[in-house]
Each structure stands twice: as C-alpha cells, then as structure tokens.
Ligand binder design. Structure first.
Ligand code: LUZ
Ligand code: MOS
Length: 768
C-alpha cells in the first residue's frame, strides 16, 4: 500500500454519526417499522405488463370479490387531478387510456393484508392493444419524440475553431442507466386525522413535493396534508421525485376510505415500476492544437428520459453544465435531446446528468490520446481549468482547485513510479495486464434551478436548556442530521446529547426544496446557523443586562456563559431560566437563500453555482486476460472538501460515492427487452459492487485549501462529486485491454462488464 500524507484535518475530532447507535442495534425507525394503527389497510399497486399500448379493458371484478379485499381505485376515482408531473404535467398517477411503459400504475388494491392484496392483483385482467415500443433514445430522436425541447450551450465558435485545429477526432459513447437500489424500498403510511386532514409519513427526499402533489390529486388545499419524514434507508436521487406517487396513492386511499393505509413496494415492484439513472447515447468531436490544447469540443447527448418528463429537463441541463468537466475549452457546442421512450420515467441519480456529460468528454480525450499514441493524462493535464477561466454557461471559475488536486495527486500517489510499475508488470506478464488512469472532477454546487436554493430552520430552546431543531433537510444516511446537530451544539456550547434533530415535517418547515443537489447541508446549515446566531444575540442581551453592563462580549462554551472573557455566574441553564422570566422568546425560525447565483435560460448564461468542488483520482486496475475478470488495485484521491466539518462523514460520502460510480461504470447493467420489459429485475441479474469487487486500496487525501464562504462552515458539499471518480476505472480498464490486445479499438460503452472486457481482449478487426 502506498503511503499517504495525512493532513491535520484528519486529526480533528468530530461528532460520530448520531444514527450509528440505533442503526447497528436495528432500532432506527423507517416507514415500515412504524407502529400501525388498528384498522390499517395494506395497498398493492396494479401495473401494466406491456411497454406501450391502448388499455381496452380493465376487469377488477374477480380481484374485488376476493375475501379481505376492501376496495380498488383507478384513474376514475381520483377526486382532483390525475397528474403527478413535477416539471411538466405529462404523467398520470394512474394510467387512463394509454400505457406508456411496462410497470406503469393502473390502480391500487386495498386489502386487510399485503398478501391478500397481492393475490388480488393476480386476478386483475387487462386487455391492451399493443403499440410500437421505443427503448432507445436515438430511436425517439429520429421520430422527433421529446419530453422537452433540446437545449444548447455555446461558447466561442466551434465551426471556425475546428477548421484551425491540428487534430480533430470524432466518436460516440454510451452510458447505461443505473438502479438506485436504496436498501429501503419506496413506501408511505397515510393516516386520517380529523376534518379530512391527512398525515403522511413518507420515505421521500422531497416532503413538499409529496404534500403539493397529494393536494393536487385529492383536490384539497396543501394545509390539510402534513408530510413527515423520519429518515430514509437511502435515496440517491431515486426519492427526489419518485417517492411521490406511492405516498399520493396511500393518501388517496386514506382520503376515500378514512382508514390508515400502508403502501410499501416490494423489491421486485420497486425495480420494475420506478425510473433509474438516464442512459445516454452521445456523439462527440474534439479538436486539439499542436500543444494538446483542446480548442474545440462539440457534443450531442441523447438522453433516454423514459415515458414522462419527471426531472429529465433539469438533468439534461446539468449534463450541459458538466459537459467539459475540469477543462477549459474556448469553443464549445453541447446539445442535449431529452428523448421520450417507453421506459419507466428516468429520474435523479447522484450526479444528476453530470456524470453522463463527464463520461463523454473523457471518452473524447481517451479517443484523441489513443489516436495520438500518448497517455490521456497528458491531454487532461494540458487543459485543466485555471483561475478566471470561463465555463460555457458564462460563470467565471474562481477559487479553482483543479490543477492543485491534480498535481498533488500525481506527487502524493507517485504517478511516475506507478507508471513504471505498470510498464514493468505488463512486460513481465503475458496473461495479466495493468492499466492506469487519472480522473479529475469538477462539480457545480447549487440546484441549477435558482429558485430552489433556499431552506429554513426552526430552533427551540426548551425551558430546561435542551434544544430541538427542525430543518428542511432529510436524513438519508448522508449524515446531514449529524452536521446540523454539530452546528447547534458548537454555536450554543452544548454537549451533543442536549441537542435533538426532529423528523422533517412540512408543518414545522414549509415549502421545502428536496434534499438533493449535494446542497442540503449548505442550505439548511446556513439557515440553522442564522437561527442559532439570532437566539445567541437575544441571550447575550439578557446576560449583559443581568451583569449590569452596557456592553460586553458574550460567548457560549461548555454549557457556560463567558462574559468579557470570564466565566459568568449564570451557566447556560440559568441564563435560559433568566430569559424565560423576562419573557424573551427562545424560538427562532430562519430563512436562507443562496446569494450571488442567477441564470438566464433565454441566453443560457449566468452564474448558476455557489461554487465548484474539485478533485483528482489516480486509478490502477489489473485485468485477468484469460478470463476477462479484473481487480481494481487502487483508487487514490485528492479531494476538495474545503474545510471539512466532519471528516468521518465526508470520507463516508467519498468512499460510498466512489463505489457507486465504479458500479455504474463496470458492473451494473440495466437491461430492457425490445418490448420494454425490465430483464435485470432482481439482484441475480443486476450486479452491484460488493466488498470483493471494490478497490483493494482506497486512499483519500483532503486537499489543503481554504474552503468557500458559501459552504457551511467552509465545508464543501460532498454528496455527489466523488461518484465521478468511478469514471476513471472505465479508462484504466481500456488501457489494460490495450496493453494485451494492440488491435483493440477503444470503445466508450459503459458499463465495462467482465464479459465485455473478455470480448475486447480478443477482438480483432481481422477476424471480426
Ligand atoms: N435536483 C434538482 C438535483 O432538482 N436540481 C439539481 O440541480 C440537482 N442537482 C443534483 C441533484 N439533484
Ligand atoms: Mo439528487 S441526484 O436527489 O441530489
């Protein structure tokens, strides 16, 4: 194992994840663990078994007659709008006349038990006239079938620039979808309250989306619906928009029957009915000068949006924002086509279209490197973003760390020695080959939709001095609650056990953006910090008055009040008591909206991101050239955490994101039959990385940096960016294959499964 230098950041003691105790004891509560009220009904979704067609007959009579079945709801039972589209209203909750994808919901069965509801489902008869099924984005594009208009980001003039380039290369690239595979499947529990009000406990990243959509579908005001989220057993984007239909269905049945309703998807139902990461079919053209500077880059992305828009237009936009990854390119033209197909609507997935865009420019660079007979890292290094460079969307790059992470990674991980090691190994071994690749990442932090960048926090100091916090943040295993608790406990000078994070609830914090875009800790943390600051100001006034002073410096440390540098005679608890006796409010509600950001969609220019996160990974793999199997020797990263406020949690995000990125690039192969049926519909046919297929060595060095003012405590967002280090594994594998088979023509068709590796090792243009 290669030695790494640990900076003092890693030595800083921080709070351990506050959920770890109940998680390991199995005591953490998820929707399915809630104590059910008497009379709770169980729901199972009826879905269509056809990729595209016209629904002629829906016969529920046999199902309804089964003992224990209470009711079956379909589109005609919806009292409000049968519409759940978030950005574009193009998605019914229950199919009406048309079926647009295999697994589309047609109705909901309510029964005394889940088993009965399931049995009833097998008795439902549907007659559907089939229509042609489209599963590929390029097919949809050829037909002009889009979920939203194509968009183009442009900088400079690519046409002119290509004409003057010393080298121009063209190619194509494909990246497949990805199943979210959250441990906790989609689900919700809806309970009737008085006066027709409903409380929904949902496993959602977007409590307000659930509330808004339930109100629309039920045709009642939002204030009649309360949405609570305890925590999620993983989201990864799959519960940003697509937790909504199940919660709304439960609410609909609850509303109609005045009974509590529980709807939890089985793993098979979840895999079949929900959308995934978008597959992309792309073409690229890259032009370089004699010094390997990329002068022009043109790309067309065909996004496989599935049967409805869902979040696809926003995801398409983020592809364009990340089309040039960590590089400055003076002439860019990038176009994305959100293509309507007959797959389940694809949706947010960690990286939100960014990884798909970044894979294409890395493919273009790899293609150029192969044709020029040089390592790709020479081209990568020659084009890294520098201070004051402009992105194609008009934002000026500031506090750029692309080069710093790159050079630190090269030095710390001894790139030259590793290259020599790979060369020596490959010379000495006939049937095993090693490959090496570098992967720089640059990821913009903020919702690309400016209006979504806000959050609120509600803080109560209770009479006994303990503190309760509510924010819009949803805990999904990423540790946001721990970070929130850390902020409040540091601000008030209280031990962690005196601060509690409440479940996320729309009656305490309203009109929330989803917990997404890596921005949850920043947005909610900033709001929380403001609320704590306001309360401290109020308490400081009480302390100063109590001390009989006009003015003094007041600090809050270790449950003590420090006045002008001295421990004051009232401690925290006594000061709280004093404030109460003076009728001072000990509650505060604060709002935060990211400053500085803006974007003009008519010009496709602006300053959409609060800041960028940077990093570089060095990746080494070994391919078994007899079997096509491979191992990842090491992934070594210099990552820009800013000033990490919790090294343990942030490291967990880096390693988890990396593993997920590697899975997307190497093993996870979503497969649909031409008729639209999901073939990779179980964990026997859909492979995710396990401990044995992960890297043998993972090294992470925090970049020595100053952080960013718009990051909470200068601790940069960490949720999504590390996933993209995994892209480098694809290219390391390509390099190893090339070392074995000089006739192999590099291809950019992810995931690079062992089967594909084996075929590539023996591919020969001569024998076909
Ligand atoms: N969700 C969203 C996201 O609605 N907008 C975004 O920009 C975004 N980015 C990453 C992940 N989720
Ligand atoms: Mo997301 S892809 O829900 O941040």
């Amino acid at each position: 194992m290669i030695e790494t230098k640990k900076t003092d950041l890693q030595a800083k003691p921080t709070l351990q994840n506050i959920d770890s105790f109940t998680h390991v004891r199995g005591e953490s509560l998820f929707v399915d663990d809630m104590t059910m009220q008497e009379g709770t009904l169980h729901a199972v979704v009826i879905d269509a078994s056809i990729g595209h067609g016209e629904l002629k007959v829906l016969d529920i009579s046999k199902a309804l007659a089964l003992p224990g079945v209470v009711q079956i709801f379909t589109a005609s039972d919806v009292p409000g709008e049968n519409q759940i589209g978030g950005i574009i209203p193009d998605e019914p909750l229950f199919a009406e006349k048309h079926i647009h994808f295999w697994g589309q919901a047609v109705g909901l069965i309510l029964a005394e038990s889940e088993a009965i509801a399931r049995e009833a489902r097998s008795l439902v008869k549907m007659q559907i006239d089939p229509l042609p099924v489209v599963t590929m984005a390029s097919e949809a594009r050829a037909k002009g079938s889009f979920v939203s208009d194509p968009r183009t980001f442009e900088l400079g003039n690519v046409e002119q620039a290509f004409a003057g380039c010393a080298h121009v290369f063209e190619g194509e690239s494909f990246s497949n979808g990805q199943e979210h595979l959250y441990l906790e499947a989609q689900g919700a529990y809806a309970v009737p309250m008085e006066n027709g009000n409903i409380k929904i406990t949902s496993s959602t990243q977007g409590p307000t989306a659930v509330q808004r959509t339930a109100a629309k579908v039920l045709g009642i005001p939002m204030h009649k619906i309360e949405v609570e989220v305890i925590r999620l057993g993983g989201g990864f984007g799959g519960k940003e928009d697509q937790a909504t239909p199940w919660a709304v269905m439960a609410a609909l049945a609850c509303h109609k029957l005045k009974k509590p309703v529980k709807l939890i998807l089985s793993r098979h139902d979840d895999l079949r009915m929900t959308g995934k990461r978008h597959p992309y079919e792309s073409i690229f053209k890259i032009g370089l000068d004699e010094n390997l500077k990329i002068i022009a880059y043109e790309a067309e992305f065909m996004q496989n949006a599935g049967a409805a828009a869902d979040l696809s237009p926003a995801i398409a936009e983020r592809t364009l924002f990340h089309a040039t990854n960590s590089y400055f390119v003076p002439n860019v033209k990038a176009t994305v086509y959100p293509c309507r197909t007959n797959l389940p609507p694809n949706t947010a997935f960690r990286g939100f279209g960014g990884p798909q865009g970044m894979f294409v420019i890395e493919s273009a660079i790899a293609q150029a490197a192969d044709k020029l007979g040089i390592p790709a890292h020479q081209i990568q290094e020659a084009n890294l973003l520098q201070e004051d460079d402009v992105f194609s969307y008009g934002q000026i790059a500031r506090q750029v760390e692309a080069g710093k992470t790159w050079h630190q990674a090269k030095t710390a991980f001894k790139l030259q020695e590793q290259e020599a090691l790979v060369a020596a190994f490959n010379a000495a071994n006939k049937n095993k080959k090693k490959g090496l690749a570098l992967m720089p990442i640059t990821f913009g932090i903020s919702f690309t939709n400016t209006r979504m960048n806000h959050a609120r926090a509600l803080v109560h100091i209770y009479e006994d001095g303990s503190v309760g916090i509510s924010t819009a943040a949803v805990e999904m295993g990423q540790g946001v609650n721990t970070k929130m608790l850390q902020i409040a406990s540091e601000e008030f000078g209280l031990p962690a056990h005196k601060v509690k994070l409440e479940p996320t609830n729309t009656t305490r914090v309203a009109n929330t953006s989803p917990s997404a875009a890596s921005a949850t800790a920043d947005l909610n943390g900033k709001a929380l910090l403001q609320a704590c600051t306001a309360l401290k100001k109020r308490l400081a006034i009480v302390a100063v008055e109590h001390a009989g002073l006009d003015k003094a410096k007041v600090a809050f440390v270790n449950e003590q009040i420090i006045v002008n540098g001295e421990v004051y005679k009232l401690n925290w608890y006594e000061l709280v008591e004093q404030a109460l006796s003076q009728r001072v409010s000990l509650s505060e509600n604060s709002h935060y909206a990211t400053p500085e950001i803006h974007f003009d969609k008519t010009k496709e220019k602006g300053h959409p991101f609060a800041y960028h996160v940077y990093g570089t990974a060095v990746i080494r793999v070994t391919v078994d050239c007899v079997r096509g199997r491979y191992e990842i020797d090491s992934v070594q990263m210099v990552h820009d955490y800013g000033k990490s406020m919790n090294e343990g949690i942030d490291l967990g995000q880096v390693e988890g994101g990396l593993a997920q990125g590697i899975g997307w690039m190497t093993l996870e192969e979503i497969s649909y039959a031409p008729d639209g049926r999901l073939l990779s519909n179980a964990l026997s046919t859909y492979k995710v990385p396990d401990l044995f297929s992960g890297p043998k060595v993972i090294d992470t060095i925090p970049l020595d940096t100053i952080g960013h003012e718009l990051a909470i405590r200068k601790s940069k967002a960490v949720g999504e960016p590390p996933l993209m280090y995994g892209i480098g594994v694809y290219f390391a594998l390509q390099n190893a294959i090339r070392a074995f088979n000089p006739r192999y023509v590099p291809k950019f068709h992810a995931p690079m499964t062992p089967e594909k590796v084996l075929m590539s090792l023996y591919e020969s243009p001569l024998v076909g």
